[in-house]
Design a protein around this ligand. Structure first.
Ligand code: SF4
Length: 406
C-alpha cells in the first residue's frame, strides 16, 4: 500500500504522525509526498485549536480527494468535530487516533526511532489535560492527563541519540502535569542519556517548579529556553479564561527565572480579542507585556471553539480591531526579539543546524535565536558561533573552531 501523511498543529501531533509512519513502513508499506497522486491512502492528522486550523484541514481533504485514493482524517478535529469532516464528503473516513492501528491493520509502535524531516526530535512524555480553560477545546480532544513512564522516555531519547539527533524536545499536551514532577523526569533523562541538548516545550506558568528552573539554568545540556503561555496581561481576562494565576504571579515567575540565569529566553503565548477585551484591558495587557522580560511572543487572535464556555461569552471586539491589536503585539514581539538578540551579541553559542544553503547555514541556539552563519555545515550538527551582527531581523554569527564561554 502507498500512503501519504499531512500533519498540522502541535508537536504532539508531529510525534504521533511519526509513530504512524514508522508503523506503516515497518509493515512494508511505502510513503510518498502528500502533494502527489498515486497514494492508496491520504492521511490527514488534524489540529483544531482555531477555526483556521479546521478550515485548513477541510482544504487539505478536498485536495486529497482530487488526487484520488482514499482519505482518512484523524487527530483532534476527528475526535471533537467529526460531523464537520463528514460534511466535506461522505467518502472521507474519520478515524479516532486510538483506532489508527486497526484501520490500517498494523500495531502502532510505542516509540519512534527517527523524526522524518526534522533536525531535532520531539519526544512525547505526557498526554491530556483536565484544566478546561474556558477557551480551550484540547481537553475534549485529548482526554485526561496521562504520564509516560520515565524508562520509556529514556529509551526513546537514547534511540534518537544513537540515530544521530543532537537535540530532543520533551513535549506533551500539558507537560507540567507530569506525575511526580517534570523536574524528576528531566533529571532522569540527563543522567541516563547522553543526548547533547534537551529542550522543554510549552509549560503552563503555574506548573513551573523551582527545581526545573534550576536545572534549565545550571545544566549545560539543558536548552536555556522556556515557553510559557501567559495568554493575557490583565487579571480580569485571566480569570474569564479560567487561568489559575494573576499577571503579578507571572511577573514574579519571570523574576525568579532571571534571578537564576539571565541567559534563559522566555517566550510567551498571548490571546488577543478574547470576549470582554475592551480597549482599556487590551492596553493594560500590552503595557504589562511591554514591561516584563520576555524574549518573544506568539500572538493568537481568539477563535471561539464550539462547545467551550468562551464561545458563548459576549463582548468580542470586532475583527478589524482584533487585527490591529494583534499587529501591535507582533510589533512588540519583534522589538523584544531584537532586544534579546542585542543582549546576546558577542556571545558564543552552539547552533543546532536546521537548514543548509550554498555558502551558509541557519541554526537555532540553545536560547532559541535563529542565526545565519557562513561556511559549510550538516543539518542536525551542532556548530559553535559568535553572534556578530544584526541585519534587520537576521542575526548573523561567525563560525568558531574552539569552544569558550561568553
Ligand atoms: S492548560 Fe493548556 S491544554 Fe489545558 S485547557 Fe488550559 S490551555 Fe488547554
Amino acid at each position: 500500500m502507498r500512503f501519504a501523511i499531512s500533519t498540522s498543529g502541535c508537536k504532539v501531533n508531529q510525534y504521533e504522525s511519526q509513530c504512524l509512519r514508522e508503523g506503516l513502513l515497518s509493515a512494508g508499506h511505502t510513503e510518498q509526498p502528500f502533494s502527489e497522486p498515486g497514494a492508496d491512502w491520504y492521511i490527514i492528522n488534524t489540529c483544531t485549536v482555531t477555526h483556521r486550523s479546521d478550515a485548513d484541514a477541510r482544504n487539505l481533504m478536498r485536495r486529497a480527494l482530487r488526487l484520488g485514493g482514499r482519505v482518512a482524517v484523524t487527530g483532534c478535529q476527528a475526535v471533537v468535530y467529526p460531523e464537520d469532516i463528514r460534511a466535506v464528503s461522505e467518502e472521507v473516513v474519520v478515524v479516532r487516533p486510538e483506532r489508527l492501528g486497526g484501520v490500517f491493520g498494523i500495531t502502532l509502535p510505542q516509540a519512534i526511532s527517527t523524526f522524518d524531516g526534522h533536525s531535532r526530535a520531539f519526544v512525547k512524555v505526557q498526554q491530556g489535560c483536565d484544566m478546561f480553560c474556558s477557551y480551550c477545546i484540547v481537553p475534549h480532544a485529548r482526554g485526561k492527563p496521562e504520564t509516560r513512564p520515565g524508562e520509556k522516555v529514556v529509551a526513546e531519547v537514547n534511540a534518537l541519540a544513537d540515530a544521530g539527533y543532537a537535540e530532543v524536545v520533551l513535549t506533551g499536551i500539558n507537560i507540567g502535569l507530569y506525575e511526580g514532577g517534570l523536574a524528576l523526569l528531566v533529571e532522569k533523562v540527563l543522567s541516563e542519556t547522553s543526548i547533547p541538548r534537551i529542550r522543554i516545550s510549552s509549560l503552563e506558568p503555574w506548573t513551573v517548579e523551582e527545581r526545573l528552573i534550576a536545572l534549565v539554568a545550571d545544566e549545560p545540556r539543558m536548552c536555556k529556553h522556556l515557553h510559557l503561555p501567559l495568554q493575557h496581561g490583565s487579571d480580569v481576562l485571566l480569570k474569564a479564561m479560567g487561568r489559575p494565576y494573576t499577571a503579578g504571579y507571572f511577573r514574579s515567575l519571570l523574576e525568579r527565572i532571571a534571578s537564576r540565569s539571565e541567559d534563559i529566553a522566555v517566550g510567551a503565548d498571548v490571546i488577543v480579542g478574547f470576549p470582554g477585551e475592551d480597549r482599556a484591558l487590551f492596553e493594560e495587557s500590552r503595557s504589562f507585556i511591554r514591561d516584563i522580560k520576555v524574549a518573544y511572543l506568539h500572538v493568537f487572535p481568539f477563535s471561539p471553539r464550539p462547545g467551550t464556555p468562551a464561545a458563548r461569552m459576549d463582548g468580542r471586539p470586532g475583527d478589524e480591531e482584533v487585527r490591529v491589536r494583534a499587529r501591535r503585539l507582533r510589533d512588540l514581539s519583534r522589538e523584544k526579539r531584537q532586544s534579546f538578540a542585542r543582549f546576546r551579541m558577542g556571545c558564543e553559542e552552539d547552533l543546532l543546524v536546521t537548514r543548509v544553503c550554498p555558502g551558509s547555514f541557519f541554526g537555532v541556539t540553545s536560547n532559541y535565536l535563529t542565526v545565519q552563519a557562513k561556511g559549510a555545515a550538516t543539518e542536525g550538527d551542532i556548530v559553535r558561533v559568535r553572534l556578530s551582527e544584526m541585519d534587520g531581523n537576521t542575526l548573523r554569527g561567525e563560525t568558531l573552531e574552539q569552544h569558550a564561554d561568553c
